[in-house]
Design a protein around this ligand. Structure first.
Ligand code: 5AD
Ligand code: SF4
Length: 481
């Protein structure tokens, strides 16, 4: 059942379904899907249909798509990078902000034309956006050329859903309201040979008042530490050097151990040279975690710690459960314990009720922390969240004006942070040749900065010393030592 297709060079590692007999966290789970995989193979009668997956949104969606690819390969499908030649197309959707949703309707339009050219084409939509009832209704009623719709909790049932579609010729809609547990042992087609995402929790219990994630990804569940370790050991055997532990709030990981204990438990896997994690919630960043980052050599000295707003009153309205002052104290502690730690963040401008003074507090906090990098967002109203029904929405022109001022500060401090690296020697995990300049290789520093450097030998997959010679806005440039 295990094949590797050479047609798609990006997919380098295919994790076969090993230990299928092992206990599954979710009753029945993927075990029951194996017979559907076999049936789909026989329905396709010796053909290897082509599939194309487009992933929108965050790293969690990327990790989910790697599982979808793994299952499709298990069913005899082959990855294909030209959408117009594919026999099966999946869009894995995101709804964290409105523009992601709007974009999807554009993408769906593409499918109509493709479907009219190829009557055998099967189309599917999945992911966060499909967990919203009003979206599913719209797809049901207005987009008849979509064949399969499923959500985030039941994606491991793709073989069954595809089988249903192939045998009944009817459209298939299946959405579950919440997690019923975690399906383990799903095959994964890894996109990257060197660096891999490993989900450790699914869902979120925090209910920040602007955020749709808890509604579409359900309650937080943590994977068993042993299953996580087993996955990483397999990845290490396949040559992966860096793993990023993923969760909406990894700090609240809770199984037989807490998150800092998990980090210690995973820290001695031979071959794994770097461990990263994201995302952290400031309210759950414990002293024990700070000590783990300080003490575990393979843990990158970098933390992504979303601030969202620098105003304590906005933070209260956001239901973030920390204040400007407590956030700044955490930063002081982090810097005290780990002097060269790099810190990045997420900021939202224009949350309902945000005043000019509140916004100035955000700029002030940003400057005080001296963040190395930030993802910046304009507040986007999400139906079903408490913030969406607040009366004091900030007008669009004020939101954009604040956003531009924030970007200016972010860019200035990022450039300052890059400049501070000039003449330093940084450890860089080499990812391969630069896509923009064939004379250069590219990799990432421990602080997660992109480092481009000239080298006459290929060091892909190893950590090398690079002396930084020039800072740019979005990367730093150096020479290998
Ligand atoms: N509007 C704008 N940004 C949002 N985020 C989450 N929800 C919204 C929203 N409704 C941002 C937060 C989060 C990041 C992943 O997306 O900053 O940390
Ligand atoms: Fe959304 Fe808050 Fe959960 Fe992050 S922690 S996913 S912002 S609810």
């Amino acid at each position: 059942m295990f094949r590797v297709f050479s047609l798609y060079p990006l997919i380098a590692i295919i994790k076969p379904m090993k230990n299928r007999e092992n206990k599954l966290a979710l009753g029945g789970a993927f075990e029951n899907q194996i017979e559907y995989c076999n049936e789909v193979i026989s329905l396709n009668r010796g053909k290897y249909p082509k599939f194309y997956i487009r992933t929108l949104g965050c790293q969690m969606n990327e990790a989910d798509s790697e599982q979808l690819m793994g299952m499709l390969i298990e069913m005899g499908y082959q990855p294909w990078d030209k959408i117009e030649e594919a026999d099966f197309i999946i869009f894995n959707t995101c709804c964290v902000r409105e523009n992601a949703e709007q974009k999807l309707y554009g993408h769906i339009g593409e499918l109509k034309a493709l479907k009219s050219k190829n009557k055998d084409l099967i189309t599917a939509l999945c992911g966060c956006m499909m967990q919203q009832e009003h979206v599913v209704e719209k797809i049901k009623n207005s987009y008849h050329y979509i064949d399969i719709v499923f959500g985030t909790h039941n994606r491991y049932r793709l073989p069954e859903l595809l089988h249903k579609r192939l045998t009944s010729n009817k459209r298939v809609f299946e959405i579950w309201e919440d997690n019923k547990g975690i399906a383990e042992n799903i095959p994964v087609a890894r996109q990257d040979k060197i660096s891999a995402f490993v989900p450790i929790t699914y869902g979120c219990d925090n209910f920040c008042s602007y955020c749709i994630v808890p509604y579409v990804r359900g309650r937080e569940v943590s994977r068993e530490a042993k299953s996580i370790r087993k996955d990483i050991e397999e990845l290490a055997k396949e040559g992966v050097k860096e793993i990023t532990l993923l969760g909406q709030n990894v700090n609240s990981y809770n199984s037989t151990m807490n998150f800092p204990q998990l980090l210690h438990y995973l820290s001695d896997i031979s071959g794994i040279e770097r461990i990263r994690f994201m995302t952290s919630h400031p309210k759950d960043l414990s002293v024990e975690l700070i000590e783990a980052i300080r003490d575990i050599p393979s843990l990158c000295k970098h933390i992504h710690l979303p601030l969202q707003s620098g105003s304590s009153s906005v933070l209260k309205m956001m239901n973030r459960k920390y204040t400007k002052e407590s956030y700044l104290s955490l930063i002081s502690l982090l810097k005290e314990e780990i002097p060269h730690i790099s810190i990045s963040t997420d900021i939202i401008v224009g949350f309902p009720g945000e005043t000019e003074e509140d916004f100035l507090e955000t700029l002030d906090t940003y400057e005080k922390v001296g963040f190395d990098f930030a993802y910046t967002f304009i507040y986007s109203k999400r139906t079903g969240t408490p913030a969406a029904i607040k009366k004091d929405q900030v007008p669009d022109d004020i939101k954009s004006e604040r956003f531009n001022r924030l970007i200016e500060l972010v860019n200035r401090l990022t450039e300052q942070s890059n400049k501070a690296d000039e003449n330093k020697v940084l450890k860089v995990l080499v990812e391969g040749k630069s896509k923009t300049d064939p004379n250069y290789y590219t990799g990432r520093s421990e602080s997660n900065k992109i480092v481009n450097f000239k080298a006459d030998k290929d060091f892909t997959g190893t950590i090398v010393d690079v002396k930084i010679i020039k800072a740019h806005s979005w990367h730093i440039e150096g020479e290998i030592l």
